[in-house]
Design a protein around this ligand. Structure first.
Ligand code: GDP
Length: 424
């Protein structure tokens, strides 16, 4: 059985925690999109970890971790991450890297930095991990596929071609020194050495695993609102964040994805620029940011303070719909226990009209939030394991959200640990 764990919003919903938890019963965990730009934070018996490339199931001895073909594979980052967990006592994970995954090159990172510099104040707030230049090259058909590392003639010819093209931009647009083909070839040889033992036809591997009835988890990065087609374009990422893309980014039949667990956070947070209708500012924002997540709402990759806001039913209903949600995991609810009352964004007012449908970006930028307030529960709910044991106002908040978004909340997460979960 294949199930996907994906985000409904801007990312940072707690997918890492939910994946780590569900991975206990999984055989294989697959990353199918994105790269080292976003991070998942996981707290378990080994400690607290920020993962960027490894799937969140790496902490169990019984799972196989797959880096699917859809991922932007940064080979040194992957192996540093493996080392960093092994150094902290986690058993060496079993890792397979798709022979069709493409490689993030040092020049992708360089171009990402140069472009952010060039754009100045108009930048997209990139994490400068090379993700946008990487996917641009992939679709422009000038990327390096892992399989190509093992064809020396091809590599030699390709590095010349790439340098010719990239150097024009480097010199004339960014005023930087040109790259040299020998250095690139050397970089690729280094990657070949590191990755060789792990390379696999992962699509065929997964096909067989499905036939054998194995439990497979697809782990998404970021959330629906960062999808390049359905998100807040252009403040999006460069690969699809939707569960449907799991079929492509892992190389499995779409009809095999039977369950789609969409992770929804009990309040909103976002990193980087872009419209954020229910955003909070000032003191109120500082307090939520400080109390949020597990030790504050700061980016797992960059440490940037996250923007925070009240729960947004309009964005979440849309985000859940695009994911094809079969169930919702509602996370980080424990953080809200300090509030007297909880405003919830139930509609957007655009040019005097109120809508509950999530609009395209230009309209979204004009939207003003319509709030409804619910009473707080003023209680620490960590440690509670049964739904009925939650304070009444807390249950009312969950049920209100469920009704507004129109998808069933089957799990409520009330702490960062694996066991901090309430099944409904
Ligand atoms: P992801 O990218 O979706 O995996 O999300 P992040 O890992 O970036 O952010 C989620 C943060 O919230 C992490 O610090 C988690 O440890 C933490 N977290 C996850 N679930 C809960 C929860 O139910 N309660 C609290 N307090 N923290 C949580």
């Amino acid at each position: 059985m294949v199930q996907a764990v994906v985000g409904a919003n801007w990312g940072d919903e707690g997918k890492g925690k939910i994946t780590d938890m569900l991975a206990e019963k999984a055989d294989i965990i697959v990353r199918f999109q994105g790269g080292a730009n976003a991070g998942h934070t996981i707290v378990n018996n080994y400690g607290k970890f920020a993962l960027h490339t490894l799937p969140s199931g790496v902490f169990y001895g019984h799972t196989t971790s797959i880096i699917g073909n859809g991922v932007a594979l940064n080979i040194p980052v992957l192996f540093n991450e493996v080392k960093s967990i092994v150094d902290r006592g986690v058993p060496m994970p079993k890792i397979l890297v798709s022979n069709r995954a493409q490689i993030v090159m040092s020049y992708h990172i360089l171009f990402d930095q140069c472009e952010e510099e060039r754009l100045g104040g108009k930048s997209f707030g990139s994490t400068k991990s090379g993700i946008a230049p990487f996917y641009s090259d992939k679709y422009a058909k000038i990327g390096f596929q892992v399989s190509e590392l093992f064809d020396e003639e091809r590599l030699k010819e390709k590095v010349l071609r790439i340098c010719e093209q990239k150097n024009v931009i480097l010199e004339h647009l960014y005023h930087k020194p040109p790259m040299n083909p020998e250095d690139l070839l050397e970089e690729l040889h280094g990657y070949r050495e590191m990755v060789e033992p792990f390379v696999c036809d992962t699509s065929a591997y997964l096909w067989n695993a499905i036939k054998e009835g194995k439990n497979i988890l697809l782990e998404g990065q970021l959330g629906s609102l960062k999808d390049p087609d359905h998100g807040i374009y252009p403040m999006v990422t460069s690969s699809s964040t939707l569960a449907a893309f799991g079929a492509i980014g892992a190389g499995i039949p779409p009809y095999e994805i039977k369950k789609i667990v969409t992770v929804v956070k009990a309040y909103s947070s976002a990193v980087g620029a872009g419209a954020f209708v229910s955003e909070l500012f000032g003191e109120e924002a500082d307090e939520l940011r400080r109390r949020g997540g597990d030790g504050g709402e700061f980016g797992a990759t960059t440490g940037r303070p996250r923007r925070v806001g009240w729960f947004d039913c309009v964005a979440t209903k849309y985000g859940c719909r695009l994911q094809g949600t079969t169930e919702v995991a509602f996370t980080v609810l424990d953080v809200l226990g300090y509030l007297e009352e909880l405003p919830v964004c139930v509609g957007y007012e655009i040019d005097g009209q109120v809508t509950t449908d999530f609009p395209t970006t230009a309209q979204l930028e004009k939207a003003k939030p319509v709030f409804e307030s619910l009473p707080g529960w003023k209680e620490d709910i960590r440690g509670i394991r049964k739904y009925e044991k939650l304070p009444e106002n807390c249950r009312k908040y969950i049920e209100f959200v469920e009704e507004k978004i129109g998808f069933p909340i089957t799990m409520v997460s009330n702490g960062p640990g694996r066991e901090d979960i309430i099944y409904r």
